[in-house]
Design a protein. Structure first.
Length: 248
């Protein structure tokens, strides 16, 4: 309601608790004839004002609480970097605008525009990593920018982990006979990790021949005395039957 003493209506006062309904319309319906004009933009779902030259949105910055991915190893958002897999990342936070932009920022300062950016809600965004991203630019920050230009960044949000590399990439480790003693690294099914994470070695198919042989879970070395096979029979180990996994 206007001040009863203000007959010209130049200094209106509003009372009550309901609120004031301002003019509203799409971005294309803007007029902007005088500085100080205020309206609600139904395209951006933001209040905005005209400064005499441009329309400027009235907004609060977004926030990023965390990121998550079903591909993460452990709880540190470490992604497997095999050079081809695209990982889906969910960004959780608040006040994400209708069309936010997302950037992954590597440790070198390089910015990557993720693929398939989808605003699920005002508190959730999903997107995918790029093949060009890898361990050389770890760790990666995540930045979300609203259409108003306000942004939020989560530092060191995730990293990549290169897969382990077998000492013997493929093929035979060697041939043994019944009664032969294997020691040291003569039969080495071990692997190394570029990030020096600890590695656990396991057999994923088949089994060690006969009895008396063991695979070290920490080094990948096969040791022991072979028994339980015919004395003239050859036994061949192949790295394709072994697996190595990293844990940080």
């Amino acid at each position: 309601m206007s001040n009863s003493r203000d007959f010209t209506g130049k200094n209106r006062k509003f009372t009550g608790t309901k609120g004031i309904v301002t003019p509203k319309g799409t971005t294309g319906q803007r007029v902007g004839s005088e500085s100080g004009e205020l309206r609600f933009n139904t395209t951006t779902e933001l209040m905005e004002y005209y400064d005499g030259n441009n329309w400027k949105p009235i907004d609060a910055p977004p926030s990023i609480i965390s990121i998550s991915t079903s591909d993460a190893q452990g709880t540190n958002n470490i992604l497997n970097a095999d050079g081809s897999t695209l990982h889906t990342i969910t960004i959780s936070g608040g006040n994400f605008s209708l069309s936010p932009t997302v950037r992954f920022i590597g440790s070198t300062g390089t910015e990557y525009t993720p693929g398939n950016i989808t605003r699920v809600s005002s508190s959730s965004i999903t997107c995918t990593t790029l093949i060009t991203m890898g361990t050389t630019d770890d760790p990666y920050d995540v930045r979300v920018t609203n259409t108003s230009g306000l942004s939020a960044t989560l530092d060191d949000a995730f990293s990549f982990n290169a897969p382990p590399v077998f000492t013997v990439a493929s093929g035979q480790l060697g041939t043994v006979y019944n009664g032969q003693v294997i020691s040291g690294t003569t039969f080495n099914a071990g692997a190394t990790d570029a990030e020096t994470n600890s590695i656990t070695h396991t057999i994923i198919s088949g089994a060690l021949p006969g009895s008396g042989l063991t695979l070290s879970s920490s080094t990948g070395a096969i040791t022991g005395t072979l028994s339980g096979t015919r004395s003239k029979r050859k036994t061949i180990f192949n790295t394709s039957d072994c697996s190595s996994t990293c844990s940080s």
